[in-house]
Design a protein around this ligand. Sequence first.
Ligand SMILES: Cc1ncc(COP(=O)(O)O)c(CN[C@H](CF)CCC(=O)O)c1O
Length: 364
Amino acid sequence: NHWISFSHMATDTMQFPFDRWVHCEQRVIKHSREQMNNIKHPQGLYSVRESICRLISLTRGVKCFPEQIVLGAGTHFLMQMFIRLIPENSTVSMEDPGYNRIYTFLKNEQVNVQTFGLDDKGASISDIRRLNPNVVYITPSHQFPTGRLMPIARRVQLLNWAMESNFRYILEDDYDSEFKYESDTIPALQSLDTFEKVIYMGCFSKSLMPGLRVSYMILPQHLLYVFRKKYADFFQSCSVLTQLTLQEFIDSGEYQKHIKRMKQLYQERREMLMLALETRFGDKMKIEGANAGLHFRITFETERTTEHILKRAKEEKIELYSMNPFYLTNPESNQGPSFVLGFAKLPKEHIDEGVNRLYRAIYG
Ligand SMILES: Cc1ncc(COP(=O)(O)O)c(CN[C@H](CF)CCC(=O)O)c1O
C-alpha cells in the first residue's frame, strides 16, 4: 500500500495550477523572448522585483523599493551574498533549535556562528545580549522548527537591541508566512524598522513550490550600496524564464488566487489532522506552533526512543521527520520524542490512516 507523507519540506504539487503557470510561461515566450538574453542584472530583472515589491507590501507590510530587492535561487545564496557585505570577522547568531541547513552552511563558510535559546515568545533577548553578536538570524513569523510566533513586544525589544550599537543587523527569515490560521498575520519585523537594521528574506518555496528555486532578500540602502559595488559583475542565479513567468503569475492575479485556495485547503487538512491526533493520542501528545505555516511540532509521551519511532515509521510507510537535526548545539531538555509534522502533502482522505500508522509506529 501507498506511503503517507508528514513532510514539512514539501508543498502539494498535485494542487499546483500548472495549466495557469504554463499559460503564463507561454505569454512570456510570446512577448518577452528577447529578455532571455538579459542575464546582466545581478539582482534579478527589475520588472520582476517590482511585482514582488508590490506583493509583499500588500501581504506582509514590507516597506521597500524594487531597487532594494536581490533575487537568489535559494536562501543559501542570499545568505552567502549577505555575509560578504559585512566585515570578515562578523559574528552571526541564530536560533537553537533552528534551521540546521543554514547553520551548517555558515560553518562551512567559516563564519563565526553561535546559537541562542528560545522562550515561548521565540528568540531569547537575554541570550542575544549575552552573546553580543553583529547579526541575529531569526524566523519570527513561524519559528523554524518549533512554529513559535514572536509577538510584537519582543520584536520591538529586538529592534531596540539592534539600534543600541552601530554595527548590528537582524536577518528576518519570513519563509513560511503566507498561511496564517486562527489569528491575523502579524506584519513583518521589517515594517517596524526605521534604522536600516533589518534584512528581510522571503521565498516562494512554501507558497508555490520549493523546486522553483526563487527566493529574495531586501537590503537596507546602505548595504545595497556595498552590494552594487561588490556584485556589479555578478550574474543572477534565478532563471530568467522562471523570473518572468513568476512575474506574470503574480501580475495576472493567479498568485493571490492560488494562495487563497491553498490556505483554505491547508486549513481544512490542519484542522482534520489536529482533531484526528487529539482523538487518537489524547493527552499522550502535545502540539505547538500550529498557528501558521505548513507544519507544527508534536511531542509524544512514550518510553520509546526517537530512533526507534523513525524506524517503525518507515515500516509503517509514513514519511516522518524528527526534531533532532534541528538541535544545533544542545539537545533540548527532553520532554519526549519530538517531531515536525507537515500537512501540505497530506490529502484529507489519508489523514485518519496516517494518524493510525503514526500511533502504531509509536505505541504498536
Ligand atoms: C527556515 C527556512 N528558511 C528558508 C527556507 C526556504 O529555503 P529556500 O527554498 O532554499 O529559499 C526554508 C525551507 N524549508 C526547508 C525546505 F522546505 C525544510 C526545512 C528542512 O530543510 O528540513 C526554511 O526552513
